[in-house]
Design a protein. Sequence first.
Length: 396
Amino acid sequence: MRGLKDIDVKGKRVLVRVDFNVPTDKQGNILDDARIKASLPTIRYLIDQGAKVILMSHLGRPDGKVVEAYRLDKVAQHLSTLLGQEVKKLPDCVGKEVEDAVAQMQPGQVVLLENVRFHAGEEKNDPEFAAQLAALGDVFVNDAFGTAHRAHASTAGVTRYLPSAAGFLMEKEVKMLRSVMESSESPRVAIIGGAKVSDKMGLLQNMLDKVDAIIIGGGMANTFLKAEGYYIGNSLCEDKLLDFARSLLKQAEEKRIRVLLPVDVVVADRLAADAQSREVKVDQVPEGWIIVDIGSETARLFGETIKSAHNIIWNGPMGVYEYERFARGTEEVARAVAASGAVSVVGGGDSLAIIARLGLEDKMTHISTGGGATLEFLEGKVLPGVASCEGYQFVG
Ligand code: 3PG
């Protein structure tokens, strides 16, 4: 992978794709700036090198139209504060006004283009739109790991026109995710949670070739429990995937991979903050109730496996963590990973929210900034944004 230090950026116009697709409230206020902070090393390096830094990003899914709530002004303001220097937000990402503003930039200055998804050409990876973007820079740096799974004009298309390199964040993400996926140091443990099996089929399948044990929690565990013959009440379940779940369990057995499912669960009479709830053995779910978290014995057993791990890949919460009272299982797992001393790579916004809440960020080896991108990487897919940094043109 060609990195930032492999290219000459001094005095050059450097077009940088970042992923500033951050969560915002209805007024556009930034709720979590982790992705913005993660891009600072690349931006600071470019400033220090006297480059003219032209940042571009998407925000939300405006579908090729200008949507006021998805303008990047507040992101530019916040970035200015973090950098301690002005970051001018330009009114668009292509066109005469933008070209003129870029032409007047001085070395060390930073501008942020307007949301690239305000143009339909972005998601279509339209070559003409990509060429217009590329015309703003002398070189292209891709630091948007979070968007690396999208073959869009600003992530992949521009690399047809400009010499390209990976930014520091992109390099770090790829290095960390690769190292944990390719590690031969056992025991390797995958902790997979979240609501749906359908979102994680590729991940589960790929983990069968990467780890020694798979811990399954969250809503997706219900489908596995039902596949094993348990009554799960009105819990979330994907009946269409019962065969997939059975086949995965069978393959794991053949490959001698341990799969840990909940042995006890927290059940509630409905999904509400004031619902009645209690902990039961997994074969005692009351009629019509729903599973909302793993139980304490399960957390203990999961913890034992986590404690013995050398490598941990964690993606997804163990319960309906949005309700604080059903977040305990995820919190226990977070604490166990933090205390394990293992090489731990965590991806997916949900587990991250809990880790941040517990102040355990520093205890994890790597917290990925990607959601879908991390998932696809862990599924073993080639990400267009990564491939283009490695000198391949992504086709498809
Ligand atoms: C993300 O948040 O996963 C990335 O920024 C990509 O956003 P998207 O799913 O709207 O393409």
